[in-house]
Design a binder for this molecule. Structure first.
Ligand SMILES: [Zn+2]
Length: 276
């Protein structure tokens, strides 16, 4: 009986689990929930965060966040189109908001919903630093890393889902936030895995370089992030993005690849890095 149950659950999982190819890595990834069902939940959750936050509008800084975001999303679209993934971003509804909050964090929800907190700007230091963070967070979303963490967790728990993760209550909301590393009000953040970090670092570097931002600044950014973890409250972003010397070294070693990739798209020089 127990075995039959297990077989039943496994069969159900196979039925509702869809495999898709990650365009940036070429690897097969699993997703229990298709984007068409995940995105509405994400959009709803994003609006909820905005409605509970002090969103900054019409300032030089909020405009800068939008400008960088637009450039990064255009780079993503160009890259995907050039690599045979036309239409990959069809269901995306890009949005870039700056929230007045000293939390050192930034994130991108499924479907291209981005938040930067003002607390991360002193560590970003420049528009190029913002682009490094933006490229990395957008990369997690494009590669569906949050969704993969969620799927893996559900499979581990043997939970068969009806393909519906619509947020019903505070508990669901908290779980959703944990998988996507969102907000400061959630007690426990789940860190991204090492391999997901490497993927996001690589994709992020390509995106920022294609958007005209010097990718060598990314390593400097994560060095500042790491330095900021000593004394006082460690940056929120470090709880989901463990940063160490080997990761920073790896980012540095990937810079020539990003520069070469950008060159393929006609980007041969980068904007000067000017501190705020
Ligand atoms: Zn990350």
């Amino acid at each position: 009986m127990k075995l039959m149950n297990k077989i039943g659950v496994f069969g159900l999982l196979l039925l509702i689990m869809s495999c898709s190819t990650n365009p940036f890595t070429g690897k097969q990834t699993m997703a229990l929930v298709p984007n068409t069902q995940l995105f509405p939940t994400a959009f709803q959750q994003y609006n909820q965060v905005l409605s509970q936050s002090k969103v900054i509008k019409g300032t030089a800084q909020s405009e800068m966040i939008k400008r960088v975001g637009q450039r990064i999303s255009i780079a993503a679209e160009r890259w995907l189109n050039a690599n045979g993934y036309e239409g990959y971003l069809n269901d995306y509804k890009w949005e870039y908001n700056l929230i007045d909050d000293k939390t050192v964090n930034a994130w991108c929800m499924p479907g291209g919903k981005i938040v930067f907190y003002t607390g991360i700007l002193p560590i970003a230091q420049s528009e190029t630093g913002v682009a490094a963070i933006m490229g990395h967070e957008v990369a997690h979303a494009l590669a569906n890393h949050g969704q993969q963490r969620m799927s893996a967790d559900y499979i581990q728990q043997g939970v068969a889902m009806a393909g519906n993760i619509a947020i019903q209550n505070d508990n669901d909301r908290e779980a959703f936030n944990q998988y996507y590393g969102i907000g400061s009000q959630v007690g426990v953040m789940l860190p991204f895995s090492r391999s997901h970090e490497t993927e996001a670092d690589k994709i992020g570097l390509i995106l920022m370089a294609m958007a005209g931002y010097n990718p060598s600044e990314a390593a400097e950014l994560w060095k500042r992030m790491k330095a900021n973890s000593g004394g006082g409250a460690p940056p929120e972003i470090l709880s989901t993005h463990p940063s160490n010397d080997s990761r920073i070294q790896e980012i540095s070693s990937l810079v020539p690849m990003a520069v070469a990739e950008a060159k393929k798209f006609g980007v041969t020089s980068f904007r000067p890095i000017t501190k705020f």
